[in-house]
Design a protein around this ligand. Sequence first.
Ligand code: EPZ
Length: 425
Amino acid sequence: MDKLVITGGARLSGEVAISGAKNAALPILCASLLSTEPLTLTNVPGLNDIGTMLKLLAQMGVKIEREGNRVTLDASGLNNPLAPYELVKTMRASILVLGPLLARCSEAKVSLPGGCAIGARPVDQHIKGLLAMGAEVGVEHGYVVAKTTAGNGKLKGAHLFTDMVTVTGTENLMMAACLADGETIIENAAREPEVVDLAQCLVSMGAQISGAGTDVIRIRGVERLHGATHRIMPDRIETGTFLCAAAATGGEIRLTGTSTGYLDAVVDKLMDAGCEIVGEKTPGRESIHIIAPARLKAVSIRTAPYPAFPTDMQAQFMAINAVADGTAIIRETIFENRFMHAVELQRLGADIQIDGNTAVMKGVEKLQGATVMATDLRASASLVIAGLVAEGETHIERIYHLDRGYDHIEAKLTALGAAIRREKA
Ligand code: EPZ
């Protein structure tokens, strides 16, 4: 297993290109299952999770052509509505094939994702919605086994309410509804920009969707969806992660191919911490310019569904608060176990008291490099940020977590002046 070795102290400077959004690309790859015509995607990020999803779709019979960041998927030969445990256990987002398979094939067998480091992450809301749309859904030997019951093999439109805001739950049900009989309304829908990007792709394929980005989404089922070409939106969490890396190191960088548009809550907090952040827009080019102070002021955060502060940026803010001036309170309200990076940051000298879903932090002058272990994707990112500012060398083990969601992160950081290298552990 690879590890990263970082020597702290460099102030980041220069320019970094932000990749396409992992959490938009994953559902949009699954949307290809809804059509017998090719779906071409551009700005697809080079991530391990993307590779896993493409493998999962290919074993279902989807023909895939990949050229750099451009992927064409042809699901006309779809012949195996099965998502096996071996693939699903490595990537929970595989559950996103459930809705499209039911809509297209009238049946699906998808391994239950199982929990992951940050929580149990059940899929009961996905199942509740599909049941309401007339599917028969059971759980057998660790698999969700579903089929439609109507004579025409279709799901039927329904008025759905999710018990809590669920991003992939909203996405699964929105995709299932595209080919259903009649209208589906999803109340308490997730408003994340990735949901909007998926809706825009589906509409370009001929779906009839309104309200994406609000908490009420209406989908009118159609007979079929046609092929399309869609550009994946920029990754707002990669954007936020590089903003935090620049902020923690007192750096000044430009992030290209992205905008502050989907990150208001994060940009707001970084400005409270003392950073200057400006969104720049010239024809065909969007970027963000950040100038950080020598030392940040501590900022408290509370995670919540979009447009509030994103849970996927909580770990990165724990890292910047570790060396900020003052006390910060971090509240995690989305996942029940998303503080595993705290004990690793404590190994680097961070002063963090955890009490349930609340962390109280006192910024220290300096962290000391040490060997730490990545536990999940965003926890890994927080350890990279901490390593960039710690004195001496920090060794981060199990960075396969990082490779799932960041596209060549050490190359991008090296180009910004960081002393970081990958080693075979
Ligand atoms: C998506 O996960 C993202 N993943 C996560 O990003 C992100 O942290 C999360 O949304 C919240 O924004 C993808 O989009 C692929 P949820 P998802 O359903 O959809 C509970 C990353 O780092 N819940 O919005 O799985 C659930 O347990 C990843 O890129 C149920 O109880 O999250 C959680 O407490 C990590 N039953 C809360 O709702 C359900 O049926 C929100 O989960 C569904 C969810």
